[in-house]
Ligand binder design. Structure first.
Ligand code: 6R9
Length: 670
């Protein structure tokens, strides 16, 4: 394996940056090693101690137990709880009743550049509104525990309220990212057999309106399970409505008694809170199931350790709720902690490049959870948009979604955080439910290293291993694995919705004889035990932090009338981390030209998602394949990066590579 690096920058293993005056750690530096060791000696006891801090209607009988499938576990079996109770009722019946839970800013601005719409919603108000949405779902549409629903929404307060309303009823939900096409929406809704879709009339994006209802209607042609559609008015535009099926939420709420409440359903700890579809190496997206009790426990622990969340903080993570980060660290985690959470509808540089920094200043954001792509995009605008604003409220900065290159880390640390905030890179994935490897300023701030993820959190045993599952020496690249179960892992009954076999095969079959969870990431451990995740080791792409499968993009391409075969690989990109490029074989009767190239890119954008659009399309006569017919994407990547091909013994036809090389060199990637 080649030397580990991030976007061409080497990893500063020896650099140690200490923050003098950091006083927030809850465990002293001397005790920290012992604390970690104790948590690893008995992870169940350490997780039970965290879980005890939540509210349970009934205490659990056992901390960790197995189900019928080998690596699907129950955490806190016998325990009963409700996530909307944890996030709302607890706070609304305490002094936090009138504390602001959500600060929402819409995208449009006024003549002076200030926001046209800001809503501040207290815990008391939020509980009332969530009760109303839950009442509508229960009384009007008959949804109850065990049913499934889908959410396709922009970042508005009602999106978060809808998730909490579903949780209140014990209805398992799936959120589909609103940048996905009707086809992507339909396949997820159909897989889950959702009965109801909650959506909005649209949203603002870079000054334009984006309409949702027509996309939803198109998806509904392929989703017979859906009986009703609930619409939230964001834009106030007319929508095509089907009588008896489609309703506006505000009209239904106005029919309710003013004090409409729904008792939170006391669900088992293992009850599926949500299913989130994410890209894998092959086939259709996988529905990852997250339970209630284990998930809430992991979120509670990480909100304290990773973010050091406190009552006087203003917390902001600009992620969309369509991604796991939006579930765990926009909607659920911070609200479980009773925090004040900022949400913003729009784009980071609209109408001006300083929009995010204006928001930090306006609301006094103290904890900021960003991404490497956003950071690199902002670096491009220079320092002035940052310097223009008083960012002194910031005290903790974390990053997520992809490896952060050391120079982007330094920019966050010195410029945004004024060299006085801890800055970290939290490693985790949809499957883990919450952060697994990270700096922990709320527990103990060990020296920071630019670009590193830090150590596994207490109670999580992770390592870097070779092909055979043996631990590799410090400095050597290998695969990141999690060795023991953790709360928040894919939950019962099947880990992956409807497909326990695929779950087992994908995550637990890589190292026979070992119960290691295979993450699919390359990583390296340094001499201090710090982990540096350097990127995916499989056919998964991270484009601007968004997870996509090469297979999904290839499927979109070959659904175009002119394409017969496609191979997609990722190449490094200075801002987005990586971007897809496509090698395409045309059907007979189609000639390669610039128009067709443009058309294929547009096709992917429209039939799948704008984030999946290939940065370049290369037409070739054949793809490099093994003798058994598997596409050798590794060779195409080597061609694009101008690197040696490596082992080509299994390659069927060498001219396929020289052809790809020629096509690449002629056209390049703009
Ligand atoms: C939370 C999320 C998971 C993949 C993961 C890895 C990459 C996420 C990272 C990181 C390096 C970090 N990733 N955080 N790589 N450093 N701090 O992103 O979930 O969309 O499922 O993606 O993202 O490759 O395997 P998800």
């Amino acid at each position: 394996m080649s030397e580990p690096e991030i976007l061409g920058e080497s990893l500063p293993f020896d650099e140690r940056i200490e923050l003098s005056g950091w006083k927030h750690a809850s465990v002293s530096a001397d005790d920290y090693k012992a604390y970690l060791a104790k948590s690893l000696a008995d992870p169940e006891a350490s997780w039970a101690a965290v879980a005890k801090e939540l509210h349970w209607f009934r205490h659990w009988d056992s901390v960790l137990s197995r189900d019928i499938y080998p690596h699907v576990y129950h955490w806190f079996e016998g325990g009963l709880l409700n996530l909307s109770y944890l996030a709302l009722d607890r706070h609304a019946s305490s002094w936090r009743r009138n504390k602001v839970a959500l600060i929402w800013e819409g995208e449009p601005t006024d003549e002076k550049g200030g926001p046209r719409e800001v809503r501040k919603i207290t815990y008391g108000e939020m509980l009332r509104d969530v009760n109303r949405i839950a009442s509508v779902l229960q009384r009007k549409f008959g949804l109850r525990k065990g049913d499934r629903m889908a959410v396709y929404m922009p970042l508005i307060p009602e999106a978060i309220m809808t998730l909490l309303a579903a949780a209140r009823l014990g209805v398992t939900f799936t959120v589909v990212f609103s940048g996905f096409s009707a086809e992507s929406l339909a396949s997820r809704v159909a897989d889950l057999e959702a009965k109801v879709i909650v959506t909005a009339d649209g949203t603002y994006r870079r000054g334009k309106t984006v309409l949702f209802k027509e996309i939803v209607d198109k998806a509904l042609e392929q989703t017979p399970s859906v009986k009703n559609v609930v619409l939230i008015r964001r834009l106030g535009v007319p929508c095509p409505m089907k009588e008896g099926r489609d309703y506006f939420l505000d009209e239904l709420v106005s029919e309710l008694p003013a004090r409409a409440t729904v008792e939170p359903e006391k669900v088992e700890s293992g009850h599926p809170l949500y299913v989130l579809y994410t890209s894998g190496t092959t086939g259709k997206p996988k529905g990852i199931i997250h339970d209630t009790g284990g998930y809430a426990t992991l979120l509670h622990a990480t909100m304290k350790w990773v973010f050091d969340i406190r009552d006087d903080d203003v917390y902001w993570c600009p992620a969309d709720i369509g991604w796991v980060t939006g579930h765990s660290y926009v909607a659920f985690g911070p609200l479980i902690e009773g925090a004040t959470v900022v949400i913003f509808e729009g784009a980071l540089d609209f109408p001006q490049p300083d929009r995010w920094w204006a928001i930090v200043e306006r609301y006094g954001v103290s904890i900021f959870y960003t991404t490497p792509t956003a950071t690199r995009a902002q670096m491009k605008f220079g320092e002035e948009p940052v310097r223009k604003h008083d960012l002194s409220s910031l005290r903790v900065i974390q990053s997520v979604g992809e490896p952060i290159n050391p120079s982007a880390w330094r920019w966050l640390f010195t410029l945004v955080g004024n060299s006085s905030c801890p800055v970290g890179s939290t490693w985790w994935m949809t499957e883990t439910g919450g952060v697994m490897v990270s700096s922990l300023p709320g527990l103990q701030l060990i020296p920071m290293k630019p670009g590193s993820n830090g150590l596994p959190i207490p109670g999580v045993k992770a390592d870097i291993v070779d092909e055979n599952g043996a631990s590799v020496a410090p400095g050597k690249k290998g695969f990141l694995v999690i060795e023991t179960p953790w709360p928040g892992m894919p939950g019962p009954p099947t880990g992956m919705y409807g497909d326990p076999e695929r779950f087992e095969k994908q995550y637990y079959s890589r190292f026979p004889g070992k119960d290691y969870f295979f993450c699919g990431d390359y990583a390296v451990k340094d001499m201090d035990g710090y982990i540096w995740v350097a990127g995916r080791a499989d056919e998964v792409l991270k484009v601007a932090g968004h997870r996509l499968g090469t297979y999904e993009i290839e499927s979109a391409i070959v659904s175009h009338r002119a394409a017969s075969e496609a191979a997609v690989v990722a190449i490094p990109d200075a801002i987005k981390g990586e971007v897809p490029i496509a090698f395409v074989v045309l059907r007979q009767g189609h000639e390669p030209d610039e128009n067709l190239r443009k058309e294929v890119r547009k096709w992917v954008r429209e039939s799948f998602s704008p984030i999946a659009e290939p940065a370049q399309v290369f037409f070739v006569n054949k793809l490099p394949k093994t003798r058994s017919g598997k596409i050798m994407r590794r060779l195409l990547r080597a061609v694009a990066e101008g690197k040696p091909l490596g082992d080509v013994a299994t390659l069927e036809d060498e001219t396929s590579v020289s052809e790809a090389k020629k096509a690449y060199e002629e056209l390049g990637v703009k």
